[in-house]
Design a protein around this ligand. Structure first.
Ligand code: GLN
Length: 496
């Protein structure tokens, strides 16, 4: 019998629509798998009753012939999406008890297509982090471990709970968000496909903001086809988000022809950073060979401002976060620290001191500093100018090539606790992902191999604005060539 928790999304769709099993059956199987995997700490809230109600509705849609590709598929939602009446705190203490009165546009789109919500996943607080160790709800464990190791590894961040859930077969797919790499890097650490679309492709309405000019929604899935299916449901123009773009959503799955003959793939020389491990370099060369064998033409390109991308990001993102997070003051929602004779100012201070974690406070301080009079021109304005130069680099590169191939992250997953006390080492995780974020361009991570220690490694493809169809098609070619079928043994049993 089909194991109901070990399928790709596309196999589940086919099985549901072919009547092999019902949504109620697969939803129930996932809810019980979630309960067995509580040690991973992937979910902050499990919405069992709601899930079974949604599954019943999905089964009715399948019966009456109105089913869409996502109908009946149990998925997990990152905590920072506002879901009506359900825990939505961006894994922060300051939003304690916040249950929104409204539903985010992206999740509304998924529910309109009949998808089923299993619950809300753990993440770094306000999506700030690369290891999911910055959550008020505690760290998430990666279902993967290095060969022979008993210690636990990080799943990447900030969408670490979503990545762990999909990798550990407790959710068929999950939503993530990516501001500087938070879908792509966890995908790489957990052996998954992670797609960050073009800025403006998905509505940000109802997503708890981190850095508004960078935040984008996207899927974490087990295959490129699954990413295409889920992206199509999540994407779309939304008049409620002024930065959402009114471009029709293509049928992404139909674009997966597997034919990339004549396609020009750019290899940026600036991504050969100092200290890059040999195995990452090797995987990158392997990726180049795979695309070449499929008929692509490899082109050397230059993205000269790459080395400024990380410092630019770590000025722009904190600046925007310091402004976005100013609204959490203990008055409107969430936590409020009270006390006798506490003045309004003291209530603000004590609430914010108690409600935000260390990394969030660090970013608010940096952001406030770079935006303050006297430093604004020296830091923030300069960063904005460099951001324009970085976008210009990509524009020039895309005169010569169609897509760009790079590694996703400079290492495989690291052990829990290894980098928490060194924020700069943590920020370096984003070295290959932030440039495209700053330029607003789409990127996808595809699992391409294992490190010497037996941990997954991803390759990243970057595309042109609204070039998701092409990106997914090239990704599908890499996916077939890599043939990455390994799974974290403990969670996948005999299938691993
Ligand atoms: N790791 C990056 C950061 O901490 C990216 C986070 C994200 O994309 N949300 O800012």
């Amino acid at each position: 019998m089909t194991d109901l928790t070990k399928m790709t999304l596309s196999a589940a769709r086919d099985g549901l629509q072919g009547g092999d099993f019902t949504s109620a059956e697969i939803t129930e199987a996932h809810l019980s798998a979630i309960a067995d995997a509580s040690d991973l700490n992937a979910f902050i809230e499990v919405t069992s009753d709601q899930a079974m109600d949604m599954a019943a509705k999905a089964d009715a849609m399948i019966k009456d012939g109105s089913a869409k590709a996502m109908t009946g598929i149990p998925i997990a939602i990152k905590d920072l999406y506002c879901t009506k009446g359900v825990h939505s705190q961006s894994a922060s203490h300051i939003l304690d008890g916040f249950k929104p009165e409204y539903e985010s546009t992206v999740t509304s789109n998924l529910w309109a297509d009949g998808a089923v919500m299993l619950g809300k996943t753990n993440q770094d607080e306000f999506a700030m982090g690369s290891s999911n160790e910055n959550s008020y709800y505690g760290p998430v464990k990666n279902p993967w471990r290095a060969d022979g190791e008993t210690k636990d590894y990080v799943p990447g961040g900030s969408s670490g709970g979503s990545a762990a859930a999909v990798a550990a077969n407790i959710s068929i797919a999950a939503t993530g968000t990516d501001t500087g790499g938070s879908i792509r890097q966890p995908a790489s650490f957990a052996g998954l496909v992670g797609l960050k679309p073009t800025y403006g492709r998905c509505s940000r309405w109802g997503m708890i903001a981190f850095a508004s000019s960078l935040d984008q929604a996207g899927p974490l899935t087990r295959s490129v086809r699954d990413a295409a299916i889920m992206m199509e449901s999540m994407a779309g123009y939304d008049p409620k988000d002024s930065t959402s773009t009114n471009v029709p959503v293509p049928n992404y799955e139909a674009a997966l022809s597997g034919d990339i003959r004549g396609l020009k793939v750019g290899i940026p020389k600036e991504y050969r950073v100092d200290g890059m491990p040999g195995e990452i370099e090797k995987l990158w060369s392997q990726g180049i060979d795979w695309l070449k064998s499929a008929g692509a033409q490899i082109v050397d390109i230059s993205l000269p401002h790459t080395k400024y991308a990380l410092p630019t990001y770590y000025i722009v993102a904190p600046a925007e976060c310091s402004s976005n997070l100013a609204r959490y003051d203990g008055v409107k929602y969430g936590l409020r620290v009270t006390g006798d004779n506490l003045s309004l100012d003291d209530m603000y201070k004590k609430t914010r001191a108690a409600g935000f974690g260390d990394e969030v406070k660090r970013r608010i301080l940096i952001g406030t500093y770079v935006l303050s009079a006297g430093y604004y021109d020296a830091y923030y304005l300069k960063a904005q100018r460099v951001r324009t130069l970085i976008a210009g680099d990509f524009k020039a590169a895309y005169e010569k090539c169609d897509v760009i191939l790079t590694p996703t992250a400079p290492s495989a997953a690291f052990a829990l606790g290894d980098k928490v006390s060194d924020p700069l080492a943590m920020y370096l995780n984003d070295v290959f992902t932030v440039p495209a974020s700053l330029a607003g361009l789409p990127g996808i991570s595809i699992p391409a191999g294992l490190s010497a220690e037996g941990l997954p490694l991803g390759l990243q493809l970057l595309g042109q604005a609204f070039g998701e169809s092409e990106l997914l098609n090239v990704a599908s070619v890499l996916e077939s060539a890599a043939g990455f079928t390994q799974k974290p043994a403990k969670w996948w049993g005999e299938n691993s």
